[in-house]
Design a protein around this ligand. Structure first.
Ligand SMILES: Nc1nc2c(ncn2[C@@H]2O[C@H](COP(=O)(O)OP(=O)(O)O)[C@@H](O)[C@H]2O)c(=O)[nH]1
Ligand SMILES: [Mg+2]
Length: 327
């Protein structure tokens, strides 16, 4: 096995087929490389290759800490593995934002079989973008999406980085805690427009859960949805006694079905890449940077959004340096 860290040249031979051959160890190394070496051309190439080979259904499981995401993740992994599906999980751990390492927290709560080669869990620190997906997280999802049948992304909160979530996930499940009043907060924040499925967790607590569902139903009826072909189900689910779990599984598949049915799915994916690239350049170079690019054609020329990002970033950095020098 090659050592990805010995030099950047070595990463240049990194390919999807190498990772497939190398199994979980190779994937773990590739993920470490892409966390450590943002801006590396070989990695951008790998991610574009992965983008072209997207196969998994990516499900984002989102909601506040303690709502029951990890517990639900365990249930979904068990279900999909029992059906023989290969499952990758990205767990974004908010508590490790400052320590830069996901040591405890979520990692300890996912109880997967380490000898099962078809389930892979990656914990990642939330880093600097509270509530959203960091670039490393998006990259990990894109890579795992080319290797598994399902990719599950556990993350705290949505709303601040819609373009990341939309680019990297197909179906968003928002988890709401009974008795928390969260649905009202989410509606105010405009978050209700994002999920494709809403789950009220811990349904075994009874009346509080039913009341939370009624609140969510009310909030949803006041929300404008972008996708008119899909009506958002609100489900009462308990991972404790498996109430509603089967409905959640069916709703996830039904949502995937509705995406695949639409004639626009491929152009939708392309639009997502364009929006993602625009957002990325805006974050790095502001409106001035945006004004200098033509994302759709640049993605085409570069062969994918990650190489486009790489090339544009280099070019804009060069122009900036030139401007500073001539001043
Ligand atoms: N009663 C009940 N408790 C649950 C259920 N799911 C999770 N919990 C508990 O809620 C707490 C937080 O769960 P966890 O999955 O770690 O939440 P996360 O922070 O969203 O990942 C744990 O103590 C769980 O045991 C459920 O369906 N019913
Ligand atoms: Mg968790």
């Amino acid at each position: 096995m090659r050592n990805l860290f010995s030099s950047t040249n070595q990463t240049s031979s990194l390919s999807l087929s190498d990772i497939r051959k190398g199994g979980k160890r190779a994937l773990a190394r590739a993920l470490s490389a892409l966390e450590a070496e943002e801006g590396n051309e070989a990695i951008a190439q790998l991610l574009d290759e992965a983008t072209r080979n997207a196969q998994a259904h990516v499900v984002g499981l989102t909601g506040p800490p303690g709502v029951g995401k990890s517990t639900l993740t365990n249930s979904l992994i068990r279900h999909w593995r029992a059906k023989g599906e290969r499952v990758g999980v990205v767990a974004v751990d908010p508590s490790s934002r400052f320590s830069r390492g996901a040591l405890l927290g979520d990692r300890t709560r996912l109880d997967t079989d380490p000898t099962d080669k078809d389930v892979f869990v990656r914990s990642m620190a939330a880093r600097d973008r509270l509530g959203g997906l960091s670039h490393e997280t998006v990259a990990a999802i894109v890579l795992m999406r080319a290797l598994f049948d399902r990719v599950l992304v556990e993350t705290v909160g949505i709303g601040q980085s819609e373009s990341d979530i939309a680019f990297a996930t197909d179906s968003v499940v928002l988890c709401i805690q009974p008795g928390s009043g969260d649905s009202l907060q989410f509606m105010k924040a405009g978050v209700m427009e994002l999920p494709d499925i809403i789950v009220v967790t811990k349904a075994d607590v009874g009346v509080l859960a039913r009341r939370a569902k009624a609140d969510v139903d009310g909030a949803l009826s006041l929300t404008m949805r972008k996708d008119k072909n899909w009506s958002v189900p609100v489900l009462l689910v308990s991972a404790m006694d498996d109430t509603g779990l089967q409905q959640l599984i069916e709703a996830i598949d039904a949502h995937r079905g509705s995406l695949l049915e639409s004639d626009h799915f491929m152009s939708f994916r392309q639009d997502q890449a364009t929006v993602w690239l625009l957002d990325r350049i805006r974050r790095k170079f502001g409106e001035i940077g945006l004004a200098q690019i033509n994302p759709a054609s640049e993605i085409r020329q570069a062969g994918g959004p990650f190489m486009a990002d790489h090339i544009i970033t280099k070019e804009l950095e060069r122009r900036l340096t030139d401007t500073i020098r001539t001043k």
